[in-house]
Design a protein around this ligand. Structure first.
Ligand code: UDP
Length: 324
């Protein structure tokens, strides 16, 4: 074991983005401790990483007492908080709609616990917020200074308001204690390791297309999303943590290449040479009509922008799903 390596804690390290982040940090010579309660993720995502002596996995809930964290972890340099259910699809058992209280607590009590840990170790903190803080946005593209349009008690509110609380408490620690913390707002992200069964648009459409089953477009498919390939997302997350003078900053991270859901369905059908029909189902309640990040701030301060085109990223993701 190399003692000179910086020590990183990734909360939610077994999740889709979390496990990619752990891998990238290990490749970059960090020592990585992942914690996860495996509520909506799986340890399979870590099977290669577990062979690495610089990697440790602890099955642990971020809402658990701070003293329990401290007992097992010491000398942290960086703490990334990505621990939360993230899928809004109520048809999936893994969605935040089906784990409402856990979602609220992971982002509130869980964020509090991790901020306290950051303070005790004099570490740096990154809170993974979401484009969901913009709710059903009245402006497009969404810039960091837009306050959003969120239903405070609707079906998605456990996630939206959880993320908004997480941002508020992170900002509170920066103001009150001068903590070196930053916030990122993750827009729709996709790629290998995405779960096939959590009901997100890209995984649903690809799996339906490769099995020649109907591709289920919700509503008329005129709602838009901007899809970011996971490698681009991970490089943005690392830059937000590691770039000097980012304390207290909020960054949108996503790919501004905005497309309608119907166009995404057609594109995936064509990239897979699928015989699937495109069918239309009910639009979920409070489904946002548009999503497009303004990433000018991340470009200016982090020197970051996505490099993988939607077509290329989808091809890589299709290859992954064909091979599992
Ligand atoms: N969607 C769809 N068919 C599906 C899954 C999702 O039309 O099988 C739509 C969904 O209604 C939303 C968009 O795709 O408008 C993105 O959904 P996702 O669950 O991936 O995430 P969101 O951006 O809503 O958080």
């Amino acid at each position: 074991m190399d003692k000179s390596r910086k020590r990183v804690l990734v909360a939610g390290g077994a999740g889709f983005i979390g496990s990619h982040l752990c891998k990238s940090l290990l490749d970059g010579n960090y020592k990585v401790i992942a914690i996860d309660n495996l509520l909506t993720s799986t340890k399979d995502n870590l099977k290669d990483l577990l062979k690495n002596p610089e990697f440790t996995f602890l099955e642990h809930d971020v809402t658990d007492q701070i003293s329990n964290f401290k007992f097992q972890i010491s000398n942290l340099d960086y703490i990334f908080h990505l621990a939360s259910p993230a899928s809004p699809n109520q048809k999936s058992a893994r969605s935040y709609i089906n784990h409402p209280i856990e979602t609220l607590l992971a982002n509130s009590l869980g964020t509090y616990n991790l901020l306290e840990l950051t303070r005790q170790f004099n570490a740096k903190f990154l809170y993974a917020s979401s484009s969901e803080v913009y709710g059903d946005p009245a402006i497009s593209p969404q810039k960091e200074d837009y306050f959003g349009s969120v239903n405070p008690n609707g079906i998605r509110s456990v996630y939206d308001e959880g993320k908004r609380f997480g941002e508020a408490i992170t900002s509170g620690y920066v103001r009150k204690y001068g903590l070196d913390a930053r916030i990122i707002r993750i827009f729709n992200t996709y790629g290998p390791i995405m779960l096939a069964d959590d009901g997100r648009v890209v995984s649903n459409f690809i799996n339906q297309a490769i099995e020649n089953k109907p591709i289920t477009v919700y509503g008329k498919g005129t709602q838009t999303r901007s899809l970011c390939y996971v490698d681009d997302m991970v490089s943005g997350i690392k830059l937000a943590m590691l770039t000097p003078n980012t304390k207290g900053e909020v960054f949108n991270l996503g790919n501004p290449d905005e497309r309608s859901i119907l166009d995404i369905a057609k594109l995936i059908k064509s990239l897979t040479n699928s015989k699937s029909k495109i069918v239309f189902e009910d639009l979920p309640i409070d489904d946002p009509k548009s999503r497009k990040p303004d990433i000018a701030k991340a470009k200016r301060i982090l020197g970051w922008e996505p490099k993988v085109s939607t077509e290329r990223g989808l091809r890589k993701t299709i290859d992954y799903f064909r091979n599992i």
